[in-house]
Design a protein around this ligand. Structure first.
Ligand code: FPP
Ligand code: MG
Length: 318
């Protein structure tokens, strides 16, 4: 992302400024979450996509901010739902201040994003972003009602991650094309690129939830299993497992509290059944499809940078 480092610096400033509110709690808590870093993949996608297609103005900074505010809002809400204690390497807002402030800060971020879009006044972009947030909410609801359900099918899992994660990646890239005033062809290419790498991102995230370490990940490893969230590594394992092995997992899922011994047992079984390998294979396929959807877009350093970003998604360790 070297190529947009100046823009990314400006984006960071715009992001912090957007949380100015005259309410010290909001400003302090906002700085606390936003300055903890985060990979900034989504705002980079907005900026790179718009630059790729020839846009040079300031609106990409505003929409990068919109997307990062929405993303952070979803994390503030998600950490309440997942009862997460750590985020971006720091105690989560819910664990520091409680669930209510975390949800409300999320609402503030989301409303700010809408306010910025309203000020810009582009109904097409409002439509793209609001569709994505509706999808996110649908994805989260689908996920939560299937919590603890070992019968979750692969297609259902893909529907969930398509909505909760890929939709925002897709919107980020499509925004770039709209800012550059490009036609249907470029728009759908960028939209598809974003969607594919969004899938790859969540698949990697779900593998890392078992494989990484707290320190590398900046959040607690094993949260999905603890919260009885069924993700692709486990779905694949259940498919390959013997009746006896399925029963063992079933027993673990009946427990009120899944501990670290259970975690290691499940992780070991996933490993033996090739669940991680499979998840990475699927993620890689998504990245390849994403790269393919960029065919026909003229070669440029921005295109290179987007393709490199796509590849880095499946190589990430946090
Ligand atoms: C992270 O997933 C969470 C999401 C991708 C979406 C969360 C969305 C909501 C809670 C709905 C709120 C909606 C709006 C519009 C504010 P994860 O739990 O798999 O990832 P993690 O390991 O980083 O927590
Ligand atoms: Mg979570």
């Amino acid at each position: 992302m070297e190529i947009i480092s100046k823009e990314m610096e400006k984006f960071e400033r715009t992001l912090i400024e957007s949380t100015e509110s005259g309410v010290p709690f909001i400003e302090n808590a906002a700085r606390y979450v936003l300055e903890a870093g985060g990979k900034r993949i989504r705002p980079a996608l907005v900026i790179l996509s718009s630059r790729l297609l020839g846009y040079r103005g300031k609106r990409s900074l505003w929409y990068a901010t919109v997307i990062e505010l929405i993303h952070t809002a979803t994390l503030l809400h998600d950490d309440v739902l997942d009862n997460a204690k750590v985020r971006r390497g720091r105690p989560s807002v819910n664990s520091l201040f409680g669930n209510e402030p975390s949800v409300l800060l999320g609402d503030f971020f989301y409303s700010k994003a809408v306010e910025i879009m309203g000020r810009d006044g582009d109904s097409e972009l409002i439509r793209i972003v609001s569709r994505a947030t509706t999808e996110i909410a649908k994805g989260e609801i689908l996920e939560i009602i299937r919590t603890g359900d070992l019968g979750l099918k692969e297609e259902e899992y893909f529907e969930i991650i398509g909505k909760k994660t890929a939709a925002l990646f897709s919107a980020a890239c499509e925004i770039g094309a709209v800012l550059a005033k490009k036609g249907k062809k470029e728009r759908s290419k960028l939209k598809e690129f974003g969607e594919k790498i969004g899938f790859a991102f969540q698949l990697t995230d779900d593998a890392l939830d078992y494989l990484s370490t707290d320190l590398k990940l900046g959040k607690k490893v094993g949260t999905d299993l603890k919260e009885k969230k069924v993700t692709l590594p486990l779905i694949h394992t259940l498919k390959k497992a013997s009746k006896k092995e399925r029963e063992i997992i079933g027993e673990i899922f009946k427990k009120d509290r899944i501990g670290s011994r259970d975690f290691l047992k499940v992780k070991d079984l996933i490993e033996r059944k090739g669940g991680f390998e499979y998840t990475y294979k699927v993620a890689k396929r998504f990245v390849e499809e994403g790269v393919k959807s960029m065919e026909g877009i003229p070669k440029s350093p921005y295109r290179e940078s987007l393709l490199r970003l796509a590849l880095s998604i499946i190589e990430r360790k946090n």
